[in-house]
Design a protein around this ligand. Structure first.
Ligand code: GLU
Length: 496
């Protein structure tokens, strides 16, 4: 069995039919890791042969999502390469040539059966409780019978002539040998009536011509593996190493996630789509770390990995074929860890779009001051505006009722606010080391709890119950604004 020490050529072959989801992202990630680790090539191939399912913009979104994750590729529709074109819709003639070869060698046949007849066959099979399969009507038409009908423009498809006896044994790197009875396999369609090669033929031809050494993909493709292997063998090509990754299950672990369930996740701040995860405040570093561990582990305790770590440590041998439940709690955990690990200037740049998105106009200088005091407190990047948006507001509007401190009347709260104001006014500046000690003294003298005094200040100055550390925040806001806000708080309390 080939292992990953030789330079590999691997491909990620998405169909541009929607958003890049976790399954695709994981495949692309493993491809990328293996290519970078072995000094091989990672190829991006767009499998758009079925134009009916084509979604405009999907290809561009796949590129953007991969790049956001930090994954780049060596060959692909947008970057070129020696084995192009890399879009299947541009390789139609190539597939036709190979389909013709299969017909000539007797491994494929032209089939003129109409959809109506095939429907009848299928209903009949259903009635007999047989699995649906092609009934072989056109399998043995001679070339002399076929040629004039094709020439006359009769509608036809090309089917693979599946051996009717014997067995086919294929090997998956994670699952070992898999043997199927050939009679359970169908005469699959290779080329549709509109002349377009179907995925099975196109993928096999491309994997061969693009010199792919390892096919890594989701295990939903396992049922097609015997056919894919047989196509390679029929042409006498060396098969790639087949690696079918584990299936993702719902967070509950019970079954696969439906389309509707996937769409609904967003209500809880989660998603299986990479594009959404970015908007929801996840760092690409966290998504990469999390995804890498959904089906692979390094050992039984290391869990934090950066992309360069993964390039070094990833190995096919440690892939786990068992289904894995999607665990968003883990993603949140990784997000926190990776946010804490960001250099501050990087955190500034990553936070910025989240403030802008909420209508703030953040400047780098203020962001740089905020970054160290929020870094420990962010669970997601989307928390940043909620926690620290007030820094970019010219003013805040606390609710008078909220200024009334727990266990105090409004008059007592007003008294307290006045004392706070007087102390702050008397200070030369509002550096934490200047402002905190007298406030602590006030707590002592008044016999109140720190939470009561600081709570009032926090509401008055930030209009939030939760904020970054108060004294650091006051310094950033500036003395004039802080005093103005305290004065207003006094006024609001007195007017109650
Ligand atoms: N186009 C297929 C998909 O969308 C690729 C499967 C494969 O990697 O062979 O999943």
């Amino acid at each position: 069995m080939a292992t990953s020490s030789q330079p590999v050529r691997v491909r990620f072959a998405p169909s541009p039919t929607g958003h890049l989801h976790l399954g695709g992202a994981r495949t692309a990630l493993y491809d990328y890791l293996l290519a970078r680790q072995t000094g091989g090539q990672f190829i991006l191939r767009i499998e758009d042969s079925d134009r009916r399912r084509f979604v405009p913009g999907a290809e561009e979104e796949i590129y953007a999502s991969l790049r956001w994750l930090g994954i780049d590729w060596d060959e692909g529709p947008d970057v070129g390469g020696d084995y192009g074109p890399y879009r299947q819709s541009e390789r139609k003639e190539i597939y036709q040539q190979y389909a013709d070869q299969l017909i000539e060698s007797g491994h494929a046949f032209t089939c003129f059966c109409t959809p109506e007849r095939l429907d009848l066959v299928r209903s009949e099979q259903q009635r007999r409780k047989e699995p649906p399969h092609y009934d072989g009507t056109c399998r043995n038409l001679s070339a002399d019978e076929v040629k004039p009908r094709v020439a006359a423009g009769e509608r036809h498809v090309i089917r693979f002539k599946m051996p009717q006896e014997g067995t086919t044994t294929v090997t998956d790197l994670l699952r070992g040998e898999i043997t199927v009875e050939n009679r359970t396999l169908d005469d699959y369609i290779l080329v549709r009536s509109d002349g377009l090669a179907l995925y099975h033929l196109a993928a096999a031809v491309d994997d061969h011509l693009m010199k792919i050494t390892h096919v890594i993909r989701g295990s939903e493709w396992l049922p097609s593996l015997p056919l894919h292997s047989l196509i390679h063998r029929t042409f006498g090509w060396q098969e790639p190493v087949w690696v079918h990754l584990s299936v993702f299950l719902k967070p509950s672990g019970k079954g696969k996630m439906s389309k509707r369930e996937s769409a609904e996740l967003i209500q809880d701040g989660h998603s299986i789509f990479v594009k959404d995860l970015e908007k929801l405040g996840y760092l690409p570093e966290a998504v990469v770390n999390w995804t890498a561990l959904m089906g692979w582990s390094y050992d039984d305790h290391t869990e934090v990995f950066t992309l360069p770590d993964l390039v070094e440590k990833f190995s096919l041998e440690k892939l786990n074929p068992s289904p894995a439940a999607i665990n968003f709690t883990k993603l949140d955990h990784f997000n926190g860890l990776h946010i804490r690990a960001l250099p501050l200037d990087e955190l500034v740049q990553r936070m910025k779009p989240f403030f802008i998105e909420k209508g703030y106009q953040p400047d780098d200088a203020t962001l740089a001051k905020i970054a160290p005091i929020v870094q420990e407190r962010l669970q997601g990047m989307d928390d940043a505006p909620e926690l620290a948006g007030f820094f970019f507001k010219p003013d805040v509007q606390p609710d008078a009722a909220e200024l009334v401190i727990k266990d105090l009347t409004s008059a007592e709260s007003a008294e307290l606010a006045k004392k706070i104001l007087a102390i702050l006014e008397s200070l030369p500046d509002l550096k934490p080391e200047t402002a905190e000690p007298p406030m602590r003294e006030l707590v002592e003298q008044s016999g109140l709890k720190a939470g009561q005094v600081f709570g009032l200040m926090r509401i008055a100055i930030t209009a939030q119950r939760v904020s970054p550390p108060l004294f650091e925040s006051m310094e950033i806001i500036g003395k004039d604004k802080v005093l103005a806000r305290m004065r207003r708080a006094v006024g609001l309390l007195e007017a109650m």
